[in-house]
Design a protein around this ligand. Structure first.
Ligand code: FVH
Length: 288
């Protein structure tokens, strides 16, 4: 697929990065943003700025929405739904799975083909190795538009259920945010010892990267459903009492680590103390 006409709605940091990749690859790209001025750099590169969202949608068969949230998608597209008929909407705005499904239904009701996207990258990564975008919704649209979407990063199709890309996106972000919070907790612990966060980051990054090697083992135990498999670190052994005590002694919050300790304790209290750490998955699946 060369020279596909595409429209990008929303020229925030991410929308501008996506549009830039399309223009640089030679696609006829129309851009629109609510606040004027954000299209200027893209026009210099070769994009066409549309004066209204209606004009922007009418200009291309493929309409990419990269807006703030689900509400802004409706705010922009509801008034121009009639022009969307017969076109393909690729919505890479972050939404919940239910919101993605709702927008998919809305698009279908207006005769548009729908593909939902979850961008696993920051704007600077777009088009570079390491960037990936997860898609769900129309398989036909995914196959047809894949060459265009591959310009942004590795494209992965998850299934016809439009909510799947959002679900994976948010699930992956869960790991990222909890890891970030854990790193910052550690940085707060060592601060009074005169260790800068920068210095701590140098130690943390390789440590955490090495620890991701444990995911496969946890996953095998969870999928096998047997937390007694030998060779695991037990829940009793994983007790975070020392970590919590040291944090309290430093006078810092124990909230981040306390969450993990609560998940461990619930399983220990239920008599599973000698089973593997992966068992906290059961605490998560069955909230207290
Ligand atoms: N930036 C990132 O690292 C992440 C990576 C993962 C995916 N996200 C999601 O991508 C969506 C857009 O993110 P963004 O980084 O471009 O966000 P902003 O720079 O804040 O730009 C927001 C754009 O949305 C427009 N907008 C907001 N509300 C409305 C509205 N009611 N009507 C029309 N447009 C609206 C905003 O326009 P303006 O403020 O310039 O007028 C920007 O174009 C997002 O879902 C991330 O979660 C990015």
């Amino acid at each position: 697929m060369t020279n596909t006409k595409a429209t990008v709605l929303g020229l925030g940091a991410m929308g501008a990065a996506l549009a830039t990749a399309l223009v640089r690859a030679g696609h006829a790209t129309t851009v629109w943003n609510r606040t004027p001025g954000k299209a200027d750099a893209l026009v210099d590169l070769g994009a066409t700025a549309a004066a209204t969202a209606r004009d922007a949608v009418a200009a291309a068969d493929v309409v990419i929405a990269c807006l703030l949230d689900a509400d802004s998608v409706h705010e922009v597209l509801d008034p121009v739904a009639d022009v969307l008929t017969g076109r393909t909407l690729v919505n890479v705005t972050t939404t919940t799975p239910d919101q993605a499904k709702e927008i998919a239904g809305w698009a279908a009701a207006h005769g548009a083909v729908y593909l939902d996207g979850g961008i696993m990258a920051v704007p600077d990564m777009i088009g570079l190795p390491g960037a990936s975008v997860l898609y769900s919704g129309s398989a036909t649209a995914f196959e047809r538009l894949r060459p265009l979407m591959d310009l942004w990063g590795e494209s992965a199709y998850l299934g016809e259920d439009a909510g799947l890309a959002s679900l994976y996106d948010l699930a992956l972000l869960a790991g990222m945010y909890v890891m970030f919070a854990g790193f910052l907790h550690g940085a707060a612990m060592v601060a009074d010892a005169g260790v800068t966060a920068t210095e701590f980051a140098r130690r943390s990054a390789p440590w955490l990267a090495a620890m991701t090697g444990g995911f496969a083992g946890f996953a095998a135990v969870v999928d096998g459903g047997d937390y007694t498999v030998p060779g695991q670190q037990s829940l009793v052994f994983s007790d975070l009492g020392d970590l919590l005590g040291a944090s309290a002694a430093q006078g810092i919050s124990t909230e981040v680590v306390g969450v993990v300790q609560d998940l461990i304790r619930r399983q220990v209290d239920a008599g599973h103390g000698e089973e593997g750490f992966a068992r906290i998955y059961e605490s998560i699946r069955q909230p207290a």
